[in-house]
Design a protein around this ligand. Structure first.
Ligand code: OOG
Ligand code: MG
Length: 269
């Protein structure tokens, strides 16, 4: 009698299964075609392995690492997705959409946009650091938009699923840089779609103070033996719920004192 086949990604499973899932998720992103969720047997620890391997496939094709993103750093996002643990993912240069530029709708499956702030590191930051040390390592801060695009059907996932999928990372748009000394604790923000407000909020919604995202990033990436490097970007996480984007949408975010950032999602056909 033969043993039943083990589900993909179960703890203790061979590396091959994690590689296979990494390849499936990478393929889904490249082809902009949704795939099914891996299932309940994938652990969060294995999911980070899958993420590292799928981003490894991108780097193997010549993409360059540019930093990290955090997810579920606001109550609004946790409530929207029904998950309440801070997660982190990796950013590459292929994800960058120029401020004021166009993003091709065909690149995405079911894109959503989030209002964020982005940090630029002036010095490396590693492991357990204080908010003051995190602040001192900064070279700048900017208003930013993240385009998330889950590779899973119906944008539905467990914590492990979304971690494996590089936290839905698909695009970032970074606005003008302001000096590192800028106080980002509680800045009002408005996310507009086609000129109409879609979300209104404050940077205070990001872990109470966005610098806590930077502290969390330094700590979390260290668990994978990595650190924030000088020149890295860190996306702090959405301050409000994410908003679904239809083709042909003009997106703009205004953040008090930091200024604005935007892009256009191209029309269909
Ligand atoms: C996961 C990514 C969440 C954020 O800013 O909270 C995220 C998702 O909701 O698909 O990027
Ligand atoms: Mg985000």
């Amino acid at each position: 009698m033969s043993a039943p086949a083990a589900p993909v990604g179960r703890t203790g499973e061979g590396a091959a299964d994690l590689d296979e899932l990494a390849a499936i998720l990478d393929g889904a992103a490249r082809e902009a075609r949704a795939t099914r969720q891996p299932g309940a047997d994938l652990t969060v620890a294995d999911a980070y392995q899958v993420q590292a391997r799928s981003v490894g496939l991108r780097l193997g094709r010549g993409e360059r690492r540019i930093g990290y993103k955090l997810g579920f750093t606001s109550r609004a996002k946790m409530a929207q997705m029904g998950l309440d643990e801070v997660i982190w993912g990796r950013l590459t240069d292929a994800m960058v959409i120029p401020d004021g530029g166009d993003a091709d709708y065909r690149r995405f499956i079911h894109p959503r946009v989030e209002p964020e702030v982005c940090f630029l590191l002036g010095e490396p930051l590693a492991g357990t650091v204080t908010p003051l040390a995190a602040m001192r390592a900064l070279a700048g801060v900017a208003p930013a938009l993240e385009v998330i695009d889950s590779r899973y059907r119906d944008f539905k996932f467990s914590l492990a699923d979304v971690v494996a999928d590089n936290c839905s990372a698909a695009g970032i748009v970074v606005g003008p840089w302001t000096g590192a000394a800028a106080d980002v604790a509680n800045l009002g923000l408005v996310l507009e779609l086609n000129g109409a407000p879609a979300q209104v909020g404050s940077t205070a919604a990001i872990l109470g103070h966005p610098v806590r995202s930077l502290v969390a990033a330094a700590h979390l990436v260290a668990t994978a033996g990595e650190r924030l490097e000088a020149g890295d970007l860190v996306m702090a996480g959405a301050a409000t719920e994410a908003v679904a984007l239809a083709p042909g949408t003009r997106v703009r975010l205004q953040v008090e004192r930091l200024g604005s950032v935007g892009f256009n999602l191209t029309r269909e056909g």
